[in-house]
Design a protein around this ligand. Structure first.
Ligand code: GLY
Length: 375
């Protein structure tokens, strides 16, 4: 029987970042993960986009997203120093562009909303956009430059976090957690293959699967939201864009290694994992409409994953109904961005039992509508 101060359920970026932070504050920490490559982090594009993912009516989430973006430079520097792994943190900003007049009218409204919130944004003419990215289609009508929305490579980030965890003494167990329940000496974590682990505290960071794991604690309202992305590759001449590019229904993320990520679908398809012809067609067409040069790239692959979605699109971060259990899931489209803020919340809770103010609005118990009715 493995017994730890802290057991983290889930080895994606949220689980690993939480485990690293907890281990560094002195807790003996174990991560349990099925190891089946199902983490949303494995397919995430890695846009750190508090501004370009800001939506009407989600101002509280925007504050947390911005706070986490601010933690990024130091968090990454520390992680790269500790792990010796470069995680592809590129601070090149994001250009949001309008494909036609309707899109441009939508960007006018978005720009007013962003300006009202005091966000750093520049409204650009069509010519201004093309000066920044000469590969843009002549049809592009205008844009918004967001200097502080950056990118990281989630696969490299995962490797670095895993190395940092190992360096900090975190143990890893392969398995899928079925149940977390109170036991006389703390918490008992039952794996589906009948093995059992014990821990003083548990963090549930199992992404889209968190609802299954937490069933006996509180039924977390997390569901899988299917996303399909394409990976294209430069051939000889490099990529046709230099910085993150977004249209209203597509995004393109150029990586330093010559890969261009084109994403993403947002589909209510439960645990379906099939790449579909329709998604490939739509994503290629949208990418081509903004950047015709994408047609010259090599088609590498389609990636499919499940974002952990919640009823109000906001994460579930905070104490669960069962004593000693902390929830860190439901990050939907912003899990990579929210990793440092979530890890900080976990470390604070491990050290003091308290939950930092910036995550307080995201308690998994915030509303019956959200948290469900405890069984
Ligand atoms: N944050 C991008 C996505 O969820 O597709």
């Amino acid at each position: 029987v493995t017994s730890s101060d802290l057991l983290v359920v889930g080895g994606g970026v949220i689980g690993l970042a939480s485990a690293w932070a907890a281990a560094r504050s002195g807790a003996s920490t174990t991560v349990v993960d099925p190891g089946r490559g199902e983490a949303a982090s494995d397919v995430a594009a890695g846009m750190l986009a508090p501004v370009t993912e800001a939506h009407y009516g989600e101002e509280e989430l925007l504050r947390l997203n911005l706070a986490s973006a601010q933690l990024y430079p130091e968090w990454i520097a520390d992680l790269e120093r500790t792990s010796g792994i470069n995680v592809g943190y590129r601070r090149s900003g994001t250009l949001l562009v309008a494909r036609d007049a309707d899109d441009n009218a939508a960007l006018d409204r978005l720009f007013r909303f962003q300006t009202k919130l005091g966000l750093a944004v520049d409204r650009l003419t069509a010519r201004g956009c093309r000066e920044m990215e000469p590969g843009l289609s002549p049809g592009v009508r205008g844009g918004i430059f967001v200097p502080d929305d950056h990118q990281v490579d989630p696969a490299a980030l995962t490797r670095a976090l895993r190395a940092a965890c190992e360096g900090a003494g975190v143990s890893f167990v392969t398995g899928r957690v079925g149940e977390v329940a109170a036991a006389p000496d703390g918490l008992r974590v039952a794996l589906e293959d009948a093995r059992g682990l014990t821990a003083a505290r548990v963090v549930i960071a199992a992404g889209a699967r968190s609802g299954d794991v937490a069933a006996s604690v509180v039924p977390l309202p997390v569901r899988p939201v299917k996303g399909q992305l394409l990976r294209l590759r430069a051939r000889g001449q490099g990529l046709p864009i230099d910085r993150n590019l977004r249209g209203l229904d597509v995004y393109l993320v150029p990586r330093a290694d010559g890969t261009l990520i084109v994403g993403a679908t947002v589909e209510e398809m439960s645990y379906d994992r099939a790449p579909t012809a329709g998604a490939v067609h739509d994503l290629l067409r949208r990418a081509y409409e903004l950047v015709p040069g994408t047609a010259e790239l090599e088609f590498d692959s389609v990636a499919v994953g499940w974002r952990p979605g919640t009823p109000d699109n906001a994460p579930l971060i905070g104490r669960a109904a069962l004593d000693g259990v902390f929830v860190a899931t439901g990050h939907f489209r912003n899990g990579i961005l929210l990793a440092p803020a979530t890890a900080r919340a976990v470390a604070t809770w491990v050290e003091s039992g308290e939950v930092p103010d910036d995550v307080a609005p995201f308690s998994p118990l915030r509303e019956k509508r959200v948290a469900g009715v405890p069984r």
